[in-house]
Write a protein that binds this ligand. Structure first.
Ligand SMILES: Cc1cc2nc3c(=O)[nH]c(=O)nc-3n(C[C@H](O)[C@H](O)[C@H](O)COP(=O)(O)OP(=O)(O)OC[C@H]3O[C@@H](n4cnc5c(N)ncnc54)[C@H](O)[C@@H]3O)c2cc1C
Length: 274
């Protein structure tokens, strides 16, 4: 784990309210596993005081400069502006300082059975799935099913396609791809190809439905959960969710930051969300 006092390289608005931030992150790529996240603080003493969690979208190296120095390494996050912390981030420019703690948490750990991998993403939930798809696409078939509210909120398709990942889009309003929910597309895919494994990230309602569909087809599913998070390292217990088998007498509580954010779907008590 690194506690980087680093710099923003670029911070591009991809669509209204959606940004891709590239940050200098030496040595980060060798440490991060797909599905892990970082805690970001805009600057020391800034309000909000608590760092904010973001999945690692991808890592890479800047093109070499003609200075004889090794190429500089970066990490990228994709984020949506929802409140004070993300609004502060949206105002940053190349060269601005930033603190990044990570990589944190448990990443994806899929069975190495060579089965097709179906990635199911809802909105900004696409962010932590790219690294997984990029890592596994050379070794097994990978498809992305990407759901969004409208065309503007369909992010990162080019990156997935460049990594050799077939991409299907569904939008709520039909402005791009199929009109409807991405989980309907998943059900159609599993009817045709039940021998797959699934990794999903997005709103809880989408994940619950993904879990229902995968269970009914007997398909292995891992989900990346989001929760309000104070520390990111298992200390504050602000991000606890109920594990399967949890009861008041025998509590089974899981921290999203340390036990997750990626869980086997059968480890989660899905009834905790209405
Ligand atoms: C492991 C993990 C990975 C994440 N990865 C990404 C990512 O890649 N891209 C991205 O855009 N966002 C991601 N998030 C969500 C992101 O952390 C929050 O949107 C961010 O912390 C909001 O900060 P804020 O100060 O702007 O909003 P706040 O002022 O803190 O909150 C604004 C609103 O957003 C809600 N909110 C805040 N945090 C969360 C959360 N964690 N889950 C659900 N609702 C929340 C609040 O309840 C409130 O309604 C991730 C969260 C987790 C736990």
């Amino acid at each position: 784990m690194k506690d980087l006092h680093t710099k923003v390289i670029s911070n591009q608005e991809l669509a209204p309210g959606f940004f891709r931030m590239r940050v200098l992150a030496p040595g980060f790529g060798a440490q991060v596993r797909p599905g892990q996240f970082v805690m970001v603080r805009v600057r020391e003493g800034a309000t909000p005081f608590l760092r904010r969690p973001f999945g690692v979208f991808r890592t890479g190296f800047l093109p070499p400069e003609c200075d004889g120095l090794p190429p500089k390494e970066y990490l990228e996050i994709l984020y949506k502006v929802v409140g004070q912390g993300t609004a502060l981030m949206a105002a940053l420019h190349g060269g601005d300082p930033l603190q990044v703690l990570g990589p944190l948490g448990a990443g994806f750990d899929l069975p190495a059975d060579g089965k097709e991998l179906i990635l199911v993403a809802g909105g900004i939930g696409v962010a932590p799935l790219f690294l997984l798809g990029q890592t596994l696409a050379p070794h097994r078939p990978v498809r992305l099913l990407l759901g969004a509210r409208c065309r503007d909120e369909v992010l990162a398709v080019t990156e997935f396609e460049r990594a050799g990942i077939e991409t299907y889009v569904a939008t709520d309003d039909g402005s791009l791809g199929e009109k409807g929910l991405v989980t309907q597309v998943l059900e159609t895919c599993l009817k045709g190809s039940p021998s797959a494994v699934v990794a999903a990230c997005g709103p809880i309602s989408m994940l619950k439905e993904t879990n229902r569909i995968c269970s009914s087809y007997g398909v292995f599913l891992q989900v990346s959960l989001e929760a309000l998070m104070g520390c990111g390292v298992g200390a504050c217990l602000g991000c606890v969710v109920k594990g399967r088998g949890h009861t008041e007498l025998a509590p089974r509580q899981l921290t999203v930051c340390e036990d997750g954010p990626v869980f086997r779907s059968d480890d989660i008590d899905w009834s905790q969300w209405p």
